[in-house]
Design a protein around this ligand. Structure first.
Ligand code: NDP
Length: 499
């Protein structure tokens, strides 16, 4: 049984969502003392790591990626035991560490970039201006349980190449695989550059986000936690990047052609990872002309989904990660049914599913639901999808924009011009056309939310903007030259020059 421990710590237990009586491992509930140690180590390591230069940091990151490669299978098994997702999904999550370390190592020259902005001699003051990208200092990376490794490294890797030292706070629901990986990689990096502090969000997390020596907070999680983190970081004015929840709308226009390929995309987009991905499709708006055909095909295709234990190769989606998540899914379904909605349950259980024990929910399709139902206005994070009819583009756009969320969205049509017209009016960080699932946003594309879904953008060079500050070094070519606002001081002369 893996455990992460030390000193007089208290421990938490991680149980398997497919067999909740099975304890997968234990983790230390770190307190302020452990946070102080990790931050002090990061602070001490920072100047040397920053001054090493991005080229040498990239070399260290590639060495760490080699180590991460060798751990993927073990980590994937552990992730499936912690959060219930399929082994394939867990491999994608665990494999993200090495991929992201290499991807950001390749951005070394961008991380160290110095831009010459020497001004036009004819402008008000001829100057030489050098804008340097500089590191922030020690930062904290806080990750959620649904994709703990990939999302942690989505922030760890750009921070490392930028020259920051990183303290990682894993989620309590799934701390084991991420903690084990960070500990293994920390051993091949200079001491203090990367540390991990498992523990409760309200204790270890809050101590990190409020710590005066932490200069950046990279948070991925829910909106309400995000608000707490923002408040906590505000006292010491830290740089904050936030990837928060989503309630993504998919809009199927009257100019769409409804066929198996397009509906399958939306089934995968809404049901993948049992609906527990930030940019899963969470509401589907379908033009009334296509509504019945779309719903029938969706229910038919979702009917082939197999639900069971994530280790079972025949399974498409595993149990929900927590009992709380399952109870919420059941409540949302019952609430909609009680309000008169049409609830259709699809899919089958694999033999591996211990239905009465695990946190299982079959794919559920809900129509005839009120626009202000909780299922429409909040993030369900489960395989329960509302499908709603609309009559005009304006209605669909208003509905898609009608929540506090703005992470991603999609528009579906064979008429690209029509899809683009609608896409331009949707308030979200990404709008996909005729696709909406993992892989739709790649490293060359900025990713993040508008409205309450986040602050800042990740992926490639966009991540570097959050992990660095711009330092402008300005040298006057002609210090004697007048600058606006300085003429009134011209009467100041040294005594020797006036005598
Ligand atoms: P939470 O917001 O509950 O937790 C996220 C992380 O924050 C956990 O590590 C948690 O620790 C920690 N935390 C909790 N309280 C505090 C605090 N006061 N100070 C500092 N840290 C704290 O989210 P979930 O783990 O439940 O993840 C699901 C949410 O994440 C969904 O809303 C989902 O949409 C969102 N998400 C967003 C993504 C994006 O890219 N936009 C990607 C993936 C998920 P602990 O577990 O110990 O409480």
């Amino acid at each position: 049984m893996p455990s992460v421990c030390g000193g007089d710590l208290h421990f938490g237990e991680v149980t398997n969502p497919a067999r909740p009586r099975e304890v997968v491992g234990r983790f230390a509930r770190s307190g302020r003392a452990e946070v102080e140690l990790a931050v002090a180590a990061g602070k001490q390591a920072f100047p040397a790591w920053r001054d090493l230069g991005a080229g040498k940091r990239a070399k260290c990151m590639r060495a760490a990626a080699e180590v991460a490669d060798g751990l993927v299978d073990d980590l994937a098994s552990l992730l499936t035991a912690e959060v219930g997702k399929t082994l394939g999904e867990s491999r994608g999550d665990a494999g993200g560490a090495a991929r992201l370390l290499r991807e950001f190592a390749d951005l070394a020259s961008a991380a160290d970039r110095e831009t010459d902005l020497s001004s036009d001699p004819a402008s008000y003051a001829a100057t030489d201006v050098l804008v340097r990208r500089v590191a922030l200092g020690p930062v904290v990376v806080i990750s959620p349980w649904n994709t703990p490794i990939h999302l942690a490294f989505n922030a760890i890797a750009p921070n490392l190449i930028a020259g920051n030292t990183v303290v990682v706070k894993p989620p309590e629901v799934a701390p084991l695989a991420l903690t084990a990986l960070v500990a293994a990689l920390a051993a091949v990096l200079p001491e203090g550059v990367l540390t991990v502090v498992p523990g409760e969000g309200a204790v270890a997390g809050a101590a990190l986000t409020s710590h005066p020596d932490i200069r950046g907070v990279f948070f991925t999680g829910g909106i309400s936690t995000g608000r707490e983190v923002l408040k906590s970081a505000s006292e010491t004015i830290k740089k904050v990047a936030m990837e928060l929840g989503g309630n993504d709308a998919a809009v199927v226009l009257d100019s769409a052609v409804i066929n198996e390929d397009m509906v399958r995309e939306l089934v995968v987009g809404s049901m993948g990872c049992a609906g527990q991905i930030c940019f899963n499709v969470k509401r589907i708006y379908v033009h009334r002309k296509h509504f019945d055909a779309f719903v029938e095909l969706f229910v038919d295709l979702a009917g082939h989904i197999v639900v069971g234990e994530g280790t079972d190769a025949s399974v498409d989606i595993g149990p929900l990660a927590t009992e709380e998540g399952r109870n919420r899914a059941v409540r949302l379904i019952e609430q909609a049914r009680a309000a008169g909605a049409d609830v259709r349950v699809a899919g089958t259980y694999a033999d591996s599913a211990r239905v009465d024990e695990g946190h299982y929910v079959l794919p559920t399709i809900i129509t005839g639901i009120a626009p202000d139902d909780e299922l429409i206005l909040t993030e369900q994070f489960c395989p329960v999808i509302p499908i709603i009819a609309f009559d005009s583009d304006d209605d669909a756009i208003a509905a898609a924009n009608g929540t506090e969320f703005g992470l991603a969205s999609s528009v579906w049509s064979t008429d690209v011009e029509h899809a683009m017209r609608v896409a331009r009016q949707i308030e979200s960080g990404s709008t996909f056309i005729n696709v909406h699932r993992l892989g739709a946003s790649v490293s060359s594309t900025p990713f993040g939310g508008v409205k309450h879904s986040g602050l800042g953008r990740t992926h490639g060079e966009y991540s570097l903007l959050s992990c660095t500050e711009e330092h402008a070094i300005v040298r006057f070519a002609d210090p004697a030259r007048d600058l606006p606002g300085i003429a009134r001081w011209n009467h100041l002369r040294s005594s020797s020059s006036t005598s």
